[in-house]
Design a protein around this ligand. Structure first.
Ligand code: HEM
Length: 184
């Protein structure tokens, strides 16, 4: 069953990449929060997140309609504060990701600057047809005080955001952001 779900998610992601081919239109924003379309994924017209558990890790496939940065956050206390973030971009074929923490209501910074650790295991990244896809693994519980436990079977608030096309950095404000609840 898990294999079937994974295949469906991979197929959906491939279709969204193909569908994006040649399109120039801007993503609609603001947009309603994505309704999880199965136990292991959530998708919008302009972003999708799929996950599967693997031992002590959760593997995420995250795609968004931007050629700039994209980010997924977990469990803020309010707005962006206290959330764990994975933020990344693909530039010149090179993928860069950073493990951040919500240092303020509208601010985030690298865990490593705060005395924490970078706990992202990057698996792959690609930029195609105006979309960027990041595949990465996070520990279910890294033990870092600047991460949040992604406890299985519990509901988590997920934040998704991305920046303007071409903004391959960790500073530019989002052109799209949304949030929804998900259980891993
Ligand atoms: C330096 C970069 C960033 C700045 C300056 C920034 C700023 C802000 C501001 C001012 C808001 C309030 C609403 C608005 O004005 O749009 C907001 C909300 C939000 N931001 Fe950021 N943000 C940044 C990065 C991020 C990142 C990396 C994420 C990753 C997911 C993110 C996710 C969100 C979400 C989901 C909301 C809405 C939260 C809610 O309504 O509860 N932001 N941000």
């Amino acid at each position: 069953m898990k294999k079937v779900i994974t295949m469906v998610v991979m197929l959906a992601l491939s279709i969204s990449f193909l569908a994006a081919s040649g399109e120039k239109e801007e993503a609609a924003s603001p947009s309603p929060a994505p309704a999880p379309d199965s136990a292991s994924s959530a998708s919008l017209d302009n972003a999708s997140l799929a996950w599967e558990t693997a031992g002590e890790e959760i593997i995420f496939t995250f795609a968004a309609k931007t050629t700039g940065w994209l980010s997924v956050g977990f469990n803020p206390s309010r707005v962006m504060k206290d959330a764990q973030y994975v933020i990344g971009y693909v530039a010149n074929g090179q993928t860069t990701v950073r493990d951040d923490f919500g240092t303020g209501t509208f601010a985030h910074g690298p865990d490593t600057d705060l005395g924490g650790t970078d706990d992202i295991r990057l698996i792959s990244g690609r930029e195609e047809n105006g979309w960027t896809e990041l595949v990465f693994a996070l520990p279910i519980d890294s033990g870092d005080e600047y991460d949040v436990p992604l406890t299985l079977g519990e509901s988590h608030k997920i934040l998704i955001a991305y920046g303007p096309d071409g903004k391959d950095d960790f500073r530019t404000k989002h052109t799209f952001k949304t949030s929804f609840e998900a259980t891993f």
